[in-house]
Each structure stands twice: as C-alpha cells, then as structure tokens.
Design a protein around this ligand. Structure first.
Ligand SMILES: Cc1ncc(COP(=O)(O)O)c(C=O)c1O
Length: 436
C-alpha cells in the first residue's frame, strides 16, 4: 500500500515557512495531506515517497497534453534563450494573438494576463466602463477565481443555507474580503432562465454583465440546459450588458475554439487560461472589438509586469501547434466517455450510487441517490464523506483524482490508462476496508 512518510516530513518542514505548508489553499486537500512531487511525465506524476500515480488531476486542468510534453519544453527553452521578459513587445506574442483570433469566435482583440482570476477582473472592468453600470450577475457554484468580488458563495453547508432561489444567501469564502465586494453582484441558481429573465428585468439598470462558466465544471460538471446560454445572450443584447464566458476550464479542453464554438453562442468577452499553455502562467481576456476597444483606447487600464513573458507565450504557441497537428479531441472525448461509462458500470456491479456527469474531456463523479443535478443546489446532496473515501482509495492504489470528484483527461492518456482506472475504481468501490 502507498505510504506518504517523506511527504509528511516535508509538509512539517514547509509549514515553518510556507503558510499552511502550501502555495495555494486547494493544495492542502490532497490525500492524506499535501503531497510533494518530484516529477511528471505523460499521464503520470511521481511523489517524494517514490509513488507513481496515473494522473487525472492534470494540475487542476492545465496539462491537456499531459506532463512535460517534449515539444512544449523545447519551445520554451529555445525562446527563453532569446530573453525572458522585455517590458516590451515581441514577435511570438503577435503570432499567439493572431492564432487565438483565428480560432476563438469572440476574439477580435485580446490582452494577455497571468491567470484566470485577474483576467476575470479585467472583463468586469471593461463591462463596467462600457455600460456605465456597476454590478454583475453570477451563478451559484461557479468559480471565477479567488479575488474579493467572486469569493462569496463558494462553500455552502446545505440547500437550506442557500435559502430563497430568487434571493439566495451567500457566505464569504474568506475573512478579510472588502465589505462592499458583496454589493458588486447579484447571484442566482444556474440553468433557470425564467428566474434570470425576471431578475434582469428588475435589475438591468445596474447590471453591467452576466458571467457564467459555459459548462458548470466547478460543481458537478453540469451542462447548460437547452436554450439557457442563448437566453443569456438574448438578455445581454436586450439590456446592453456584456455576456462573459469564463472559459478557464472549457478553453481548449472542449475544443480549440472553446465552449462558445461547441454551443454556438458568442459571448462579448471571454477568459481563457489553464489548458492554453500546458501549465505556464498565461491567461487571455478576449472579446469583441466594441468592448475590447476600451482597453485599446486606454479608457480601461490593464497592465502587468510579468504579462506575456517569452516562456509563457512559447508554451501557448507550442501547445496549440501540437493540438492542431495531433487533433487529440476525438480521443479525449472517446476515452473520457469510456471512463465515464466504465465508472458507472463498476458502480452498478458493486452496488454503489456513483453519479457521473460531464462531456468526457472533463467530468464529475460523486455519490448520490438524487436525479442528475442541473444546478449547484442539486450537487449539495452528494455524499462528500463517501467521495473522500473513494478518492483516498484510488490514491492509495496509484490513481490521482481531484478531491471534489472532477476528472480531467489528457492527450497523454492511453486506452490502457483508462482501463486501469476503471479496474482500480471497481476494486475501490467493492472494497470492504473502506467501510462503505
Ligand atoms: C472557471 C474558472 N474561472 C477562473 C478560475 C481562476 O483561475 P486561476 O486559478 O488561474 O486564477 C478558475 C480556477 O480554477 C476556474 O476554474
């Protein structure tokens, strides 16, 4: 059985100098505690105790090509030799922007940032500046980064605690949030177009934007109901609001053109991050010219010392080049769906109430007897204790999955990897030692 003694010792050492022993809150929630890794290659990652894991976390999504893709690493090395950061422009930055503009339907103009969180805030700034309105409408269970005005309502103990669907309760995710950050948004359950229509009709005079993940990847990996995204598009057109798609997860994962192409709905502004650069810190706010021209004209200020550094741009270009050449999407969907079906069958054979939802390249598996969830409230009935046991059982057998039950597939996963994950899941689901 896997042991974690070296990681445990390093965690104690780290805690003396790194707050909580980690560099991001989410990294605490590994099994059985924060783990220290030595290297990653393809579909595998290795820890300091010598454990090898078949990796379905893919570093919370970015590693669409798997760990340490040689062509990406080579491109980063070669381009970094010419310089790292110029406080100025460089050739490949234009190449990347041209490439993204050619791929993403809403991308007339763009700016590069470092991560999803700050790109989301840039989108809010543009939306406010253009519309002269101040608030944004967002949805329960959607994650748009860790900054103040979106760090509300991210953890809720129960449906009862959320209260009224028309006027939900929200709780701060952190101490120290700016007190008026709560006033910046209206929040609603997702996938309920009638409710959104009613709310927007009442509040449109103060709403600058509607922001949504096009697929609610961060909770339950829930797809939009037919007509929901179109309904949001129509409302934004009717009332002069920006439709913002947060494609931080869906970008490049659903397709190279994003979920906006998959669903055929073009937002005004969208955010791409995670999978666009194989684990290097770059994000993009892209949008229609009518909105992005506010940045062009410096009415809206966007800046950042580290933006568009050579390694990040090279990583993104190389990632796109490999994706365009290898076209792994048919495989990503096929393998993802095979894994989803395999998990469902393993659960049926072992009498477990595992519910699997999603597209394939990413999906969620959690334990519930309730019907498929269509919004965040529907996911709150999932049995989190059982999920934690399942994730721990998988991890102890060398299969690494994100603790909240989200699975990511990469182009490096093979059919044998998928079969191995299904076999391991069947073993875990049927194992008595977990005391189901
Ligand atoms: C949909 C979505 N938006 C925004 C973010 C924030 O991105 P980052 O962690 O790069 O700041 C995340 C991160 O997981 C995300 O999933």
């Amino acid at each position: 059985m896997t042991h974690y003694t070296e990681s445990a010792a390093l965690l104690e050492r780290a805690k003396k100098v790194l707050a909580g022993g980690v560099s991001s809150e989410f990294r605490k929630y590994n099994h059985p505690h924060a783990i220290f890794y030595t290297h990653g290659k393809g579909s595998r990652i290795y820890d300091v105790d010598g454990n090898e894991y078949l990796d379905f976390t893919l570093s919370q999504g970015p590693l669409l090509l798997g760990h340490s893709h040689p062509e990406v690493l080579q491109a980063i090395h070669d381009y970094s030799e010419q310089g790292q950061l110029f406080a100025g422009q460089h050739h490949k930055e234009i190449e990347l922007a041209e490439k993204l503009a050619g791929l993403i339907p809403s991308a007339d103009l763009m700016r590069f940032c470092l991560d999803g969180s700050e790109a989301v805030q840039t989108a809010f700034r543009v939306a406010r500046a253009k519309t002269g309105k101040t608030k944004f409408l967002r949805f329960e269970g959607h994650y748009h980064g860790w900054l103040d005005n979106v760090a509300w309502g991210l953890s809720t103990p129960s449906v009862e605690a959320l209260g009224d669907r028309e006027d939900p309760n929200v709780y701060p995710w952190s101490a120290g949030l700016a007190p008026n950050s709560r006033d910046e948004f209206i929040i609603l359950p997702w996938n309920d177009l009638e409710l959104v229509r009613k709310t927007v009709a009442e509040h449109h005079h103060e709403l600058a934007a509607i922001i949504t993940e096009p697929i609610m990847c961060n909770n339950g990996c829930i797809l939009p109901q037919d007509g929901f995204l179109q309904g949001l598009r129509d409302l934004c057109d009717q009332y002069g609001m920006a439709l913002i798609f947060d494609e931080v997860i869906t970008g490049f994962r659903v397709s190279l053109k994003g979920a906006q192409d998959y669903f055929g709905i073009t937002p005004d502004l969208s955010i791409f991050a995670k999978a666009i650069a194989s684990g290097y810190p770059i994000s993009a706010i892209v949008g229609k010219r009518a909105w992005m021209q506010l940045i062009e004209e410096a009415k809206v200020i966007h800046a950042g010392t580290m933006n568009a550094s050579n390694p990040t741009i090279a990583a993104a270009l190389a990632t796109i080049q490999v994706l365009e050449r290898d076209q792994p999407y048919e495989r990503l969907y096929r393998f993802g769906q095979k894994l989803m079906t395999g998990l469902e069958q393993a659960a049926a054979e072992t009498g477990q109430n595992l519910r699997v939802q999603g597209l394939g390249p990413m999906f969620h598996a959690g334990f519930t007897d309730q019907p498929p969830a269509t919004d965040y409230r529907g996911t709150l009935g999932y049995n989190r204790v059982k999920l934690a046991k399942f994730i721990a059982g998988m991890h102890d057998r060398g299969v690494r999955v994100i603790g909240r039950g989200l699975w990511y597939i990469s182009a490096a996963h093979t059919e044998e990897d998928i079969d191995h994950a299904i076999k391991t899941a069947r073993e875990v689901l049927g194992s008595e030692e977990l005391g189901w």
